[in-house]
Write a protein that binds this ligand. Structure first.
Ligand SMILES: [Zn+2]
Length: 317
């Protein structure tokens, strides 16, 4: 049980975009309209229910449906990572607020998929700092074009290529792009002091991953990207994953990343060998087996077949 102080607005957060080598005084630009309500004090009572759980001292997760939401609350500072869907985002926000409406200082999107970004539509009224990789808005718009969701797409207004740092009063955040993987815009958000990182959908823990060729997924690069992430973090780092076969496994450790990389290496090598043996993508999918990895959860029917066919399609190109 944690009690948080009133979420008063202080205009001192700084965001540093290393690539552009300039500083943006994020909060001072954007939170003027919250000043009145921000002066009111109310005790923040951490709700035990409502799918909100702490992972560290100030970092937690919210699980409902879609990709795991990560959050950071300390005093007057709130950071949110991913937004699921509008209704979920509303439930999440009311759970986080408990009693009053408070702004979000920074909202990150780990990547463009709708189960991580559609809730931006609800949360946009609480923040204007939506941060994502530079490829994320383009893919988000493209994947919703011509659908009934098209008008609800809210994209990031701050993007970066390689790395972006946010300095908070008691925490330093580094958001990093390690390379093409699940999409071509997956970022990792690391709360450095607590040593907790949100990996988005770079890890599907114990289930077959969603491989999105239209979203510029690359199994081959995904393996390389995960190796880089394994090298970057230490054995004490804790991780938040977008999806798992069990809600208790949406958080984990470095060995879970290694497990995911091993799966992708097996998948890739197996499919490459079958292609070399003359099989086509359809035949490979019909085999419906990935030796050594037939016991992962199929979160949707045909997930294993889809992993086989999409990997084959990538290799054929
Ligand atoms: Zn995804």
């Amino acid at each position: 049980m944690y009690n948080y102080h009133a979420l008063k607005i202080k205009l001192k957060d700084e965001i540093m975009n290393i690539n552009r080598r300039n500083f943006i005084k994020g909060s001072s630009l954007l939170f003027g309209s919250f000043l009145v309500q921000g002066n009111k004090s109310f005790p923040f009572q951490f709700p035990e229910s409502n799918n909100l759980q702490l992972v560290g001292k100030s970092v937690g997760i919210y699980v409902e449906s879609g990709g795991t939401i990560g959050w950071y609350v300390d005093g007057d500072t709130i950071v949110v990572i991913d937004t699921q869907f509008p209704e979920n985002a509303k439930n999440f926000k009311s759970g986080l607020d408990s009693k009053s409406s408070v702004p979000i200082n920074y909202l990150f999107n780990t990547h463009h998929h709708n189960d991580h970004t559609m809730g931006n539509f609800y949360l946009k009224q609480f923040t204007q700092n939506i941060i994502a990789h530079e490829n994320c808005p383009r893919l988000q718009i493209k994947s919703n074009k011509g659908t009934d969701k098209e008008n609800q797409v809210i994209t990031a207004d701050i993007t970066f290529k390689d790395e972006l740092k946010v300095k908070l009063p008691k925490e330093n955040i580094t958001a990093k792009y390690f390379g093409q993987a699940h999409t071509s815009g997956d970022i990792v958000i690391h709360f450095e002091n607590e040593n907790i990182a949100h990996l988005g959908d770079l890890v599907f823990n114990n289930l077959y991953p969603y491989i999105d060729n239209n979203g510029e997924s690359s199994v081959e690069n995904w393996i390389v990207t995960l190796s880089k992430i394994e090298n970057y973090f230490d054995n004490n780092s804790k991780f938040i994953f977008g999806h798992a076969n069990d809600n208790n496994l949406v958080t984990g450790k470095k060995s879970d990343i290694t497990k995911m990389r091993n799966y992708l290496e097996n998948l890739y090598n197996y499919v490459a060998k079958l292609l070399k043996d003359g099989k086509n993508a359809e035949e490979i999918a019909e085999l419906n087996t990935i030796p050594g990895f037939d016991n992962l959860l199929e979160k949707w029917p045909g997930a294993r077949k889809m992993n086989l066919s999409r990997t084959a399609e990538q290799l054929i190109k």
